[in-house]
Design a protein around this ligand. Structure first.
Ligand code: SF4
Length: 247
């Protein structure tokens, strides 16, 4: 069983697609005692987790708390991974220090979100820096790219409010995934994609679309839930043309 724990709802970015509605105005920190109590309750209920994902908000706004939670979970035998935007990887020395501390705390993997939304606030150089540092430190690293709705590419240019911008975001995300796939292969990291999660702030994105299009996207999201949300999108064609093709 896999458990995800939110270290903090605070995040300086506030992406439009954030499922947790994280943002700069949110506050709070998960206490180790709270996590311990939840692990005990789950164990008592007969569903002890084997994996823990520490996420945010931006969990790395509180690196010592991340380390404390990781140590606690490791002491109970859980595999621990960190979900991050890589925002903290602002230079080589900082990244190496932070990565080494994560390893010492028992974290064995990083899940790095990178897409058109994150790119507005996190330069790609930080993602690449963390990818390299994480692999050098022996961590498993996965780059996760979130798309809005690639199937709607055939509706581009038809005047639907907001749609062209969303498709442009997908095209940019796809270009980044294609670009970084070579580096992932070289370093032994993985990458995958998921569709926009219909939760949190994402509901507002969908609500702004015409009802017919929003309905199509909701149906697509429902179908995507049954597909596991991962796999190689590269090379797929939507409405007869590659997603990364100039329009
Ligand atoms: S970086 Fe992550 S936690 Fe922060 S707003 Fe974006 S999706 Fe949410």
């Amino acid at each position: 069983m896999r458990l995800v724990a939110q270290v903090t709802p605070r995040c300086q970015i506030g992406c439009a697609h954030c499922a947790f509605e994280a943002g700069p105005a949110s506050a709070g920190l998960l206490a180790p005692a709270t996590l311990a109590a939840w692990l005990d309750r789950l164990r008592a209920a007969g569903c002890a987790p084997t994996h823990l994902g520490l996420t945010g908000g931006d969990a790395m706004l509180a690196p010592r708390r991340v380390q404390a939670l990781a140590r606690l979970a490791r002491a109970r035998g859980l595999v621990v991974r960190l979900v991050t935007s890589a925002r903290f990887a602002r230079d080589g020395a900082t990244t190496a220090r932070a990565t080494a501390a994560l390893v010492r705390a028992g974290i064995t993997g990083l899940w790095v979100g990178h897409d058109a939304f994150h790119l507005r606030a996190v330069p790609e150089a930080r993602v690449v820096r963390l990818l390299r540092a994480g692999r050098a430190a022996g961590l498993a690293v996965h780059l996760a790219f979130t798309y809005v709705h690639p199937r709607a590419v055939g509706l581009r240019g038809k005047g639907l409010p907001g749609l062209d911008a969303r498709l442009e975001a997908d095209r940019s995300t796809h270009a980044r995934q294609r670009e970084l796939s070579g580096l992932c292969a070289e370093l032994g990291a993985s990458h995958g994609w998921s569709r926009l999660v219909d939760a949190g702030r994402a509901r507002a994105l969908l609500a702004a679309l015409p009802p017919a299009l929003a309905g199509e996207i909701r149906a697509d999201l429902a179908a995507a839930r049954g597909q596991g949300g991962e796999g190689a999108m590269l090379g797929l064609r939507w409405d007869g043309r590659p997603l990364d093709e100039p329009v």
